[in-house]
Design a protein around this ligand. Structure first.
Ligand SMILES: Nc1ncnc2c1ncn2[C@@H]1O[C@H](COP(=O)(O)OP(=O)(O)OP(=O)(O)O)[C@@H](O)[C@H]1O
Ligand SMILES: [Mg+2]
Length: 329
């Protein structure tokens, strides 16, 4: 059954730096609406949910993502994307801090809690973590210089050839892999403001399961957790930079906006090749539109909200994925 991509807006609090500069707040929340107030004009945007600055990532996870995790146990692919401008709070939402863990650590904990309640089932879990920056892919779990390629396989679906896939057995294993990869992202940074914001990072959990003692047939779900490049950084003339930062917004505007009916140029960028199922395909997708509260980010905020509006009318067709020969620990 086709279903719309779910889109939820999140607005972070002021940072201490923004406070000290005396920037103004331009964001108001009213139910499922986010209202941008600037230059004596109000623009209102409706979403499937809206979270303001006083909500923890754990709360946002519970309200918006736990449902999706349940669907992954039913064999559906699930994707959660954070979209927004530089400094809007994408990484804080997905990764979080020690005191306020993000979507990924919350999902990790819940994933293994669910598994513990299903004692009649066998599970097999792997993770991979790839960063796409200016059309170059980096394997964050095992940095190497071997070539990697996005491929499509009749049974395996879309995958990155050459990307490490690591088996994880418990919450700690998964946490360690995610943290190790996230550190590799940060270490690779050369110029913090201009460069990192163009990176897209995709952490994929593959969940396979079957009834114990029965046939080998089971269910398989890909859970993709994505921290996208900044939506505003499209001003460059370099085609590989443009492809990386404009790839996903472009697809959203074609599938959900003016471009409806046109051929969808997934192949124009690596990130959209990898996320083909996430955007208009075989996955239940949630897009977080992440915005900063300040007047300084007015233009970037409107850009993000415009793409988020397109995302709302994109239709996906998630299917239950069977595997005939489940892998084993
Ligand atoms: N919910 C929040 N609570 C407190 N601080 C936050 C929150 N969200 C974001 N911040 C802070 O705001 C700043 C920008 O956040 P973050 O690094 O997550 O942005 P980003 O969208 O990932 O930016 P970039 O595109 O540069 O990677 C950071 O200092 C972060 O700690
Ligand atoms: Mg970030």
């Amino acid at each position: 059954m086709p279903e719309h991509i779910k889109v939820v807006a999140c607005c972070r609090p002021f940072t201490p730096d923004e406070e000290s500069k005396g920037l103004k707040n331009i964001i108001k929340i009213s139910g499922d609406k986010l209202i941008v107030e600037a230059a004596s004009k109000e623009q209102s945007f409706g979403f499937d949910g809206v979270h303001g600055h006083n909500e923890t990532n754990a709360r946002i996870y519970q309200d918006q993502c736990e449902q999706l995790l349940k669907r992954s146990f039913e064999g559906f692919n699930v994707s959660i994307l954070a979209m927004g401008a530089t400094g809007a709070g994408k990484t804080f939402l997905m990764t979080g801090s020690e005191k306020n863990p993000g979507i990924v650590p919350n999902l990790n904990r819940s994933l293994f809690q669910h598994m513990a309640t299903k004692s009649n089932k066998e599970f097999f879990i792997t993770v991979s973590y790839v960063e796409v920056l200016d059309e170059k892919m980096t394997d964050l779990l095992n940095p190497h210089s071997n070539p990697m390629k996005v491929r499509q396989h009749p049974h395996k679906g879309i995958f990155v050839e050459g990307l490490s896939e690591i088996v994880v057995k418990n919450v700690e294993d998964l946490k360690n892999m995610y943290e190790q990869g996230t550190r590799a992202r940060q270490m690779g940074a050369t110029d913090v403001s201009g460069h990192r914001t163009r990176a897209n990072s995709i952490f994929t959990i593959t969940l396979e399961q079957k009834e114990m003692k029965t046939s080998r047939v089971g269910l398989k779900s890909l859970i993709r957790l994505v921290d996208l490049a900044g939506t505003e950084s499209g001003g460059s003339a370099d085609p590989s930079i443009l492809a990386g930062v404009q790839g996903v917004p472009n697809i959203l505007s074609i599938l959900g906006g003016q471009g409806k009916g046109r051929a969808v140029p997934y192949r124009d960028s690596k990130v959209t090749q990898i996320l083909q199922d996430t955007l208009g395909g075989n996955a239940a997708t949630l897009v977080f539109a992440v915005v900063s509260p300040t007047d300084k980010s007015y233009q970037e905020t409107l850009t993000t909200l415009q793409y988020a509006q397109y995302a709302k009318s994109v239709k996906n067709s998630p299917k239950m994925n069977m595997v005939s020969d489940m892998r084993k620990m």
